[in-house]
Design a protein around this ligand. Structure first.
Ligand code: ZN
Length: 449
């Protein structure tokens, strides 16, 4: 058995078991705490920090105790692959919790492996996943992903088929860009499209915060979170934040985030605006690059965009497969999988799904990113043919918080999601040809000479 020490932050006197439950079940601290308090009431107990309460919480998540040999130490446990919660005691009879996943023990005590085992609880992941699907918690409490799973499947297939070769591109460095140049360049972009927005004012009023020297990390999807845009309830403000890389890429991110700010209502977006805001930010980013960056920077940017889309679609494909199996068969078993796919990939696909859950990604959010990329490519090709298409993008931007989904799509010439699939099958190829004809290596060199 291998061991990895988990150090929870000890900045407060918060409950250690709750922190474990947060880690194991991917929950927020207060949501676990509130549910434990509810269970305490249900069971008529004095305190929530009680084994019976913890066991009930785990039982609700299909984690139930299994028979083990009595009086053994943690490192003497011999359990098949899977996920387990282990309850143990030290010599002073203090309770400790640890988490065992496929032979790797996570504990917060150096002595975790030598503690005496009291009880072992085994996860039934499949039952847990089915619960999440059934109550829509996996889908951020809306039905879009599960209702449109056929559409999302087709979309990822088109992206994977068309953009596989973009994986060969490396993420070359972009040209240096100072903060002052960044502000001027971005201001010029918005001014040139008669968009009423004053970046220096936004910075002064703290609606835009630019951070220098922040470490940027890639997540499990190879994405870097370099910017955000949100409505902040406490000070009733729409705020965009950005971590500067001090190169041309900052310009594209700033255009992206400020575009989000323009369609952020006070409070939460609705499901339609959630689904469409990324497309408007990406298309502005793409147009800004075409309009303001030199040809070498354009080549790098569009290739990186394709690589990002490909990677995203590739990773999501397995997740969509499981959702599809559940939707069609109302179950997630090998048999149900084989009824839908004849590729013998059940185990591989399930592993991808487990990893997806572990890395706490959100399928609804990932799906609106995919949709955003695709709509942006579609709009970009329309814009290339006729720059006046920009007015339609602006109209879309004005409409996403108050029109229905299909009415928004109609503004940019798409009837519904089926129509989008048909058009995108053509557009993806056109976009690829456009990139090849405009930015093939020789062509770029030639233009620079
Ligand atoms: Zn965005």
């Amino acid at each position: 058995m291998k061991f990895e020490k988990i150090n929870f932050k000890i900045e407060d006197d918060s409950d250690n078991v709750i922190k474990w439950f947060c880690k194991i079940y991917h929950k927020e601290y207060n949501s676990v705490l509130n549910e434990l308090k509810d269970i305490k009431e249900e069971l008529n107990l004095e305190n929530y920090n009680n084994i019976e309460v913890y066991e009930t919480y785990m039982k609700y998540r299909h984690t139930e105790s299994i028979e083990i040999n009595k009086n053994i130490k943690v490192n003497e446990l011999n359990l098949p692959n899977g996920k387990y919660v282990i309850l143990c005691y030290d010599e002073n009879n203090n309770i400790h919790l640890s988490y065992l996943k496929n032979g790797l023990l996570y504990g917060n005590d150096d002595n975790s492996l030598n503690l005496k085992v009291s009880k072992v609880y085994k996860f039934n992941d499949l039952e847990l996943y089915k619960d999440w699907f059934k109550n829509y918690s996996f889908f951020s409490d809306n039905t879009f992903v599960i209702s449109e799973i056929d559409f999302l499947n087709k979309l990822t297939d088109i992206l994977i088929t068309n953009f596989e070769e973009s994986m060969k591109y490396s993420f070359n460095d972009f040209k240096p860009l100072s903060k002052e140049e960044l502000i001027n360049l971005s201001q010029f972009y918005f001014d040139s499209h008669n968009i009423d927005l004053n970046i220096n004012e936004l910075i002064k009023n703290k609606n835009l915060i630019l951070y220098d020297n922040v470490e940027l990390k890639q997540d499990s999807f190879g994405m870097i979170n370099d910017g955000n845009s949100n409505y902040i309830k406490e000070n009733d403000k729409v705020v965009a934040t950005m971590k500067l890389k001090n190169n041309t890429f900052d310009f594209l991110i700033l255009v992206h985030e400020l575009t989000h700010n323009r369609n952020q209502p006070k409070g939460k977006r609705n499901i339609v605006s959630d689904l469409l805001t990324e497309s408007i930010s990406y298309i502005n980013e793409m147009i800004a690059c075409k309009q303001m960056c030199d040809i070498e920077e354009q080549r790098k940017y569009y290739n990186i965009l394709c690589k990002t889309i490909y990677f995203f679609a590739y990773n999501l494909r397995d997740i969509y497969k499981i959702i599809n199996v559940y939707k069609k068969e109302n179950d997630i078993t090998l048999e149900a999988y084989n009824n839908c796919y004849d590729d013998s990939e059940y185990q591989k696909v399930m592993n991808s799904f487990d990893n997806y859950v572990e890395s706490t990604r959100r399928i609804f959010k990932d799906s609106y990113y995919i949709l955003g990329f695709v709509l942006a490519i579609y709009m970009f090709m329309e814009y290339i043919k006729d720059n006046d298409f920009f007015y339609k993008i602006e109209k879309l931007n004005d409409s996403i918080n108050n029109l229905k989904f299909n009415d928004c799509l109609n503004i940019i010439g798409i009837k519904d999601l089926n129509d989008l699939i048909n058009k995108f099958e053509v557009m993806a190829k056109e976009f690829k040809n456009y990139l090849f004809n405009s930015y093939s290596e020789n062509k770029v060199k030639h233009t620079i000479d």
